[in-house]
Design a protein around this ligand. Sequence first.
Ligand code: C2E
Ligand code: MG
Ligand code: MG
Length: 287
Amino acid sequence: ADQAMYEVKNSGRNGWYFYTKEMQLRSEHRHRLYNDLVAAIRDDQLSVHLQPILTTNSQKVIGCEALARWQRADGSWLSPAEFVPFAEETGLINQIDYLVMEKAADALREINCHRELPISLSINVSPRLFHTKDQSLERWMELTRKISKELPVTVEITERLLIEQTQKITETLNELANMGIGISIDDFGTGYSSLSYLTRFPVTGLKIDRSFVDGIGTNSSSEPVIETILAMASKLNIHVVAEGVETQAQLDYLRQLECDYVQGYFFAKPMPVDEFTALLQRNHGRH
Ligand code: C2E
Ligand code: MG
Ligand code: MG
C-alpha cells in the first residue's frame, strides 16, 4: 500500500494506483542501487575522467572537464547518466561532487607543476548542493576556495539552478566570482535559456549543448541557434565552449563563427588521468 501511495505521489498526487509486482521490483532495484552507491563512495570506487577543452582556432588544450565514473565491484563501468540523476534524488550527489573536485584538483596540481600555462579545471555541480541543510555547501565552498588559489577553476551549473533565484544561490555565485572562479552555464539552449540570467548572475561562460552541435549541417534550426548564442555571448563578453564536437565539418563551422573553445569526441573522449597527461604531452609538441 505504501508503494502504491508513492506511485500516486510521484505521478502528481490526487490519483490512485494498485500495487503491482513491478513497483516492488523497482523499489528493490533502487534500494540496491542506493546501498551500492553509498558503499562505492565509502570504498573509493568512484573515479574521475578528464576530457580536454581546446581552443577552436589552433586546437590547443587549455582546460579539461572532470566527469565522474563509477567502476563497480564486478569490474563494470556505470555512466553518470545512470547514477547522477539517482544521486541527485537521494542527495548522495553532494558527496560525489566533493570527491570528484578533490580528485580532479589533485591530478591537475601535479600536471600543472610541469607547465608554464596551467590547464584549467571545469567541474560540474548539482543544483542539489544549494538546497541541503547540512554543511555540504560550506564544505564544498571551502574546498573550492582552496583549489582556486592553486589553479584556474570554472564551475559548470545548469539553468535549473538559475531559474530558482534564491538569495542563497545569488550570494554563492557572487562569492565564487569574487574568488576569481569562472561560472559557466552547461547544456545551454536546452532549458529556459532566459537572457536575464546572463546579466543578473556573474556568468562568464556558456556551453552550447551537444544537441545543437550534432545538428550542424543536418538540422536546419541548429545553425541559427548556434549563431545567435555566439553573437549574444560575444556582445556580453561571455566565452563559449561548443560541446560534443564529433566531426571536422562541425569544427570548421565553429571555427568560421569564431566560437572560442571546443570539446568532444573528435579530439578526445573523457579519459583517466594518466592518459590525459600523455595527451597533453603530445598536444604540447604540436604548439
Ligand atoms: P555534461 O556536464 O554536459 O558533460 C558532457 C557529457 O557529454 C559527458 O558525458 C561527456 O562524456 C559527453 N561528451 C563529450 N563529448 C562528446 C561527444 O563528442 N559526443 C557525445 N555523444 N558525448 C560527448 P558523461 O561523462 O556521461 O556525463 C553526463 C552528465 O552527467 C554530465 O553532462 C553532467 O551533467 C553529469 N555529471 C558527470 N559527472 C558529474 C559530477 O561529478 N557531478 C555532477 N553533479 N554531475 C556530473
Ligand atoms: Mg558539464
Ligand atoms: Mg553539457
